[in-house]
Design a protein around this ligand. Structure first.
Ligand code: CDT
Length: 320
């Protein structure tokens, strides 16, 4: 029996610092309505979808940053998303800043069933940027200040998405650049990776030049390689456009297990892209070149978990 899933990636245009949750949520509800009209069974929204990408703004005292975080889901502000999910019978993936009852802060994503139940939660593991104000940078990237490293690993669950049971997993933004993250999902037979991102069009580190076109290339390269090497689909979904003078590059994509782009956003605004995914496509890679049980050699991969930084190799010296 063929296992098909109509997947929607809901790119969001910019959200300005001064805009409240209700603006973003209203736009997201409209995208869910469009997704329903186009036959989608699940909608994937970006990382930190409810607010501007606030880690670009320095705040000395974290308590003054509390307004960026969610302490409960649903809340009054996010309830319309849950209501739309029920009305349209559509599941949704949401990235948001989480503050726990213990006061811990994470960059988090959830997959919500149309009933409103949270099926899967993930907390971002690879936090880019820095913790303290960096005068060398033209724009700050303070994820290490605003969030702890995620403590949930990279979970995968088999759950209903529309009519189909699907092995779903998640990554958030910078995670997509790390093959280790993809492989941990692949080792759990992930079929669909939901992945939201906020990526600036320019590298603001001021530590060497990076050509602008390479920013999108590296994003797509990472997602396409991850899908191919782990025989899965992915929805890579961006926040796009100009947030208070800071440009995010958009270019959301849906990718198949061959690493091909099935759909791509063409605007820097709110935009829905949709693809029909035949989950049977995950089998080919999994049974042939990436049949992990037959071909993986973990005895040769010790450094992957034993080491963080790279080490210099021994120098070769001629014998004579
Ligand atoms: N949000 C996020 O993880 N963005 C990073 C930008 C890195 S520049 C410090 C990314 O990998 O796209």
């Amino acid at each position: 029996m063929s296992r098909r899933l109509v997947l929607a990636a809901a790119q969001l245009g910019p959200i300005q610092k001064a805009e409240g949750r209700e603006v973003a949520v209203g736009r997201m509800v409209r995208l869910m309505e469009t997704a329903h009209r186009r036959g989608a069974e699940v909608v994937v929204f970006p990382e930190l979808a409810l607010t501007t990408f606030f880690p670009r703004w320095y705040e000395e005292d974290l308590a003054n940053a509390d307004h960026w975080y969610e302490t409960a889901l649903p809340s009054n502000a996010t309830a319309p998303l849950f209501a739309a999910a029920r009305t349209y019978g559509i599941g949704f993936h949401l990235g948001y800043a989480e503050k726990t009852p213990e006061g811990r802060r994470f960059n988090t994503a959830v997959y919500v069933h149309p009933s409103g139940e949270v099926v899967l939660k993930y907390r971002k593991v690879h936090l880019p940027g820095h913790k303290e104000y960096d005068p060398q940078r033209r724009v700050q990237h303070l994820e290490k200040r605003y969030f702890e490293v995620g403590d949930l690993g990279f979970p995968v669950v088999r759950a209903p998405v529309g009519e189909t049971q699907v092995n779903i997993g998640m990554m958030i933004c910078n995670d997509r650049r790390w093959p280790e993250a993809w492989r941990v999902l692949g080792l759990q037979q992930v079929e669909l990776v939901m992945l939201g991102y906020n990526t600036p069009s320019l590298n603001m580190e001021n530590r060497g030049f990076e050509a602008h076109h390479l920013r999108v290339f590296h994003s797509h390269l990472s997602i396409q390689a991850g899908c191919y090497q782990n025989a899965c689909f992915a929805a890579g979904v961006a926040k796009a456009g100009d947030e208070d003078g800071h440009e995010l590059f958009g270019h959301s994509i849906i990718v198949n297990p061959q690493g091909e782009i099935m759909a791509q956003a063409t605007s820097w605004g709110d935009e829905l892209i949709v693809a029909e995914c035949d989950l049977g496509m995950c089998e080919l890679g999994r049974k042939t070149i990436f049949d992990f049980a037959r071909h993986r050699r973990p005895e040769a991969y010790g450094r992957i978990t034993a080491q963080t930084g790279s080490v210099a190799p021994p120098a070769w010296a001629p014998r004579g």
